[in-house]
Every structure is written in structure tokens, then in C-alpha cells.
Design a protein around this ligand. Structure first.
Ligand code: CP
Ligand code: NVA
Length: 338
């Protein structure tokens, strides 16, 4: 019997295969409960009744913030969105975390270092959820796995995911950790300079082996996608790395996800996943700047792939909410039936 009550959710490294599958089951259950009501009907859930949660974002967000808020409201919790706190400026992380732990039942943090989110967990004494750091994005993975299960009808340990692009960013790291834990084959197509860290690989290879899966890294994206059920990419320049734009474009220009790459999987039903936001068209201010400066109108994925029948990106985005709800309910609810 799995119980995650009182646990923080900082990285999937801390979670077993059984616990990850439990969170995905709970996500499906909560999603079914909401969908049964139909769009815009009040869920009126009580699983988080009386809970107060605080959301701290040191980086921008659309999906993650909205997911935490909607999920909390659906199940009766109250939310504070904190943007201009004293934390790390006039007050130490330790003191701020101790204060928040006296008022809140759970804390979400998105920002830069893993150490910071770990410190908040240590000093607050309440469950802390990692809403993205430079090195990890664990809530994203639950949504990506749930979407893949829904669309392929296969269990995770029978799937292969190919990740193309920046092989050492937070999303790639988090997916690789998740894949090793659930026994999914994971291949990374990335230039040498952006290969996953040797330390992370050394940690994950034995875990993957134990769970019957493989992790492989290649500089050839066409090799990486062979036999894939899911082709995944993320932006080439993550938040906080904007000064590396020119270098990244030079390194990654041959790693764009195109229809040809999808075909190279040999799987006519291959899924395309992306955590979003994505540079697939010119309808954003940043994309326009990149277009003016580098002459490119699409970066990590073509508009054709993004809008194709292979693409499940908006189901994935919706699933952020259902899976984040499951994380909060599992770690904080007083009413979850075991
Ligand atoms: N995928 C994701 O984390 O999106 P946001 O940056 O909009 O939260
Ligand atoms: N790698 C991206 C993910 C955004 C959800 C970033 O960190 O900006």
C-alpha cells in the first residue's frame, strides 16, 4: 500500500517505480472525476479542504502556476501566489521557509537551484513541490507519462521515448530519471556538448537495468528515434540561459524535430510531445526577435509536426493539472482513502 502523506516532491530520484505508478493512477482517477462533470462545472472536491498552499515562482510560468491553482481550487485548498517576497534578499531561505511552514500546508517552488528547493523542504517541515529548477522538472514528467499511456494504450515499461535536443536540461534530466524508474527505454539524440551529465548517467544506468530498460545517448537524432513510441523535444534555450542563444542555435540546428525525423522512427503512430512553451511559429515576441537575428522561423520543432496528428502537446498541457493535483492530494490530503 503506497502512502505519500507528508512527503516532498523534489525529484523523481526520491520516488520508487511503485510510487510513480501510484501517482499516475491517482491522476487518472482525479481526471475522470473532473471530466465526468463536464467542462466548467465545479468539482467541489474536499480532498484538500482547509489546506493553504503557497506558490513561489522565481521564473516565469503559464502551465505550472495555473495547474497548481486550478488543482488546489478544485479540491478546496486556498492559494497564495508569492512573487515579491523577502526570500533570498532581506531574509535567508532558512528563515523564510520556517515562516511559511508555520502558515502553509504545502509549498511550491520554481526557480534556479536544486539546493534552494531542498532547503525550503528541510526548513519548512511541510511538503514542498518542485515546480522546475535548472536541473529537474519532476511534475512535468508525470503529465508526459500519463499522456503517453492514454495515447498508446501501452504500459510505460513497454514504451521507448526518444528525446531530441538539449540533452542536459531540466526536462531531459527529469524524463531520463522517470524513464529509468518506470522501466521505459530512453534514448537521447544530442550533440556531444549537450550530452546528459556523466554523474546522472552513472546514477541512472543501474536503476534502468534493474527495471529492464535501457538509456542510450547518440549524436545522431535519426538513430535515437528508431522504434520510438514518443519523440520529445524542449526549447533549445532554457530560462536563465538566454545569453547562450547563438551558441545553442549553432549546436542544435540539426536536431530540429521534423516530419522526416518522425518517419525515421518507423512507427506510423509515433507521438510528438513537448513540455511547452515552444518555438514552432513566429507568433511570439521572442520568436520574432530570433527570426530577425538568425533568420529562423522555427527552432526545436517544425510547425508542421507541432500541428500534426502525431502531436499530443495540448493533452499533455491539460494533464499537468491532473497530475499536479495528484501530487498535492497524495502528499497533503487528510481525506485520501488508502
Ligand atoms: N511546461 C511548463 O512547465 O510550462 P510553464 O513554464 O508555462 O509552467
Ligand atoms: N527547459 C525549459 C522548460 C520550460 C518548461 C526551461 O527551463 O525553460
Amino acid at each position: 500500500q503506497v502512502s505519500l502523506k507528508g512527503r516532498s516532491f523534489l525529484t523523481l530520484k526520491d520516488y520508487s517505480r511503485e510510487e510513480i505508478l501510484y501517482l499516475l493512477d491517482l491522476s487518472m482517477e482525479l481526471k475522470a472525476k473532473k471530466n465526468k462533470l463536464g467542462h466548467s462545472k465545479k468539482v467541489d472536491g474536499k480532498l484538500l479542504d482547509g489546506k493553504n498552499i503557497v506558490l513561489i515562482f522565481d521564473k516565469t510560468s503559464t502551465r505550472t502556476r495555473c495547474s497548481f491553482e486550478v488543482a488546489a481550487f478544485d479540491e478546496g485548498a486556498h492559494v497564495t501566489f508569492l512573487t515579491n517576497s523577502q526570500m533570498g534578499k532581506k531574509e535567508s531561505i532558512e528563515d523564510t521557509a520556517k515562516v511559511l511552514g508555520r502558515m502553509y500546508d504545502g509549498i511550491e517552488y520554481r526557480g534556479f537551484s536544486m539546493q534552494l528547493v531542498q532547503d525550503i523542504a528541510t526548513y519548512s517541515g511541510v511538503p514542498v513541490w518542485n515546480g522546475l529548477t535548472d536541473d529537474d522538472h519532476p511534475t512535468q514528467v508525470l503529465a508526459d507519462f500519463l499522456t503517453a499511456m492514454e495515447h498508446t494504450g501501452k504500459p510505460l515499461h513497454e514504451m521507448k521515448m526518444a528525446y531530441i535536443g538539449d540533452g542536459r536540461n531540466n526536462v531531459s534530466n527529469a524524463l531520463m530519471i522517470g524513464a529509468a524508474k518506470v522501466g521505459m527505454d530512453y534514448s537521447v539524440g544530442t550533440p556531444e556538448e549537450l550530452s546528459p551529465s556523466g554523474e546522472l548517467l552513472a546514477t541512472l544506468l543501474p536503476i534502468a537495468k534493474e527495471n529492464g530498460s535501457t538509456i542510450s545517448v547518440t549524436t545522431d537524432p535519426y538513430e535515437a528515434v528508431k522504434g520510438a513510441d514518443i519523440i520529445y523535444t524542449d526549447i533549445w534555450v532554457s530560462m536563465g540561459e538566454e545569453d547562450q542563444t547563438e551558441k545553442r542555435i549553432a549546436l542544435l540546428k540539426d536536431y530540429q524535430v521534423t516530419m522526416d525525423l518522425l518517419k525515421a522512427s518507423g512507427n506510423g503512430k509515433v507521438l510528438f510531445e513537448h513540455c511547452l512553451p515552444s518555438f514552432h511559429d513566429l507568433n511570439t515576441t521572442v520568436a520574432k526577435q530570433i527570426h530577425e537575428q538568425y533568420g529562423l522561423k522555427e527552432l526545436e520543432v517544425t510547425d508542421e509536426v507541432f500541428r500534426s496528428e502525431h502531436s499530443v502537446v495540448f493533452d499533455e498541457a491539460e494533464n499537468r493539472m491532473h497530475t499536479i493535483k495528484a501530487v498535492m492530494v497524495a502528499t497533503m490530503s487528510d481525506f485520501l482513502e488508502a
